[in-house]
Design a protein around this ligand. Structure first.
Ligand SMILES: [Zn+2]
Length: 85
């Protein structure tokens, strides 16, 4: 089975809920391959219980977003860092 992805803008709404504003233009550096890119370029897989955002170059997981009851939990483990202006 092939699982398709959409671009990072698809996660814009839930990211805005977590960070208080649109952060799809924020820049992150992949912890796996070092590629610097805006969050909108991530490959988003949203057909699971949470949203998984993968590096557009190496395909490793950079961010996982899960809604738990009234909270939004964000793991940024796959980024070295994210710059939010
Ligand atoms: Zn990467």
């Amino acid at each position: 089975m092939t699982v398709s992805h959409v671009d990072g803008n698809r996660a814009g709404g839930i990211l805005a809920q977590a960070f208080g504003r649109d952060v799809t233009d924020a820049t992150g550096v992949c912890a796996w391959c070092g590629h610097r890119h805006v969050l909108a370029e991530c490959h988003v897989y949203d057909q699971a219980p949470g949203i998984v955002m993968r590096c557009p170059i190496c395909g490793n997981v950079e961010m996982v977003i899960v809604e738990v009851r009234t909270e939004v939990r964000v793991s940024l483990r796959g980024f070295r860092y994210v710059n939010i202006a």
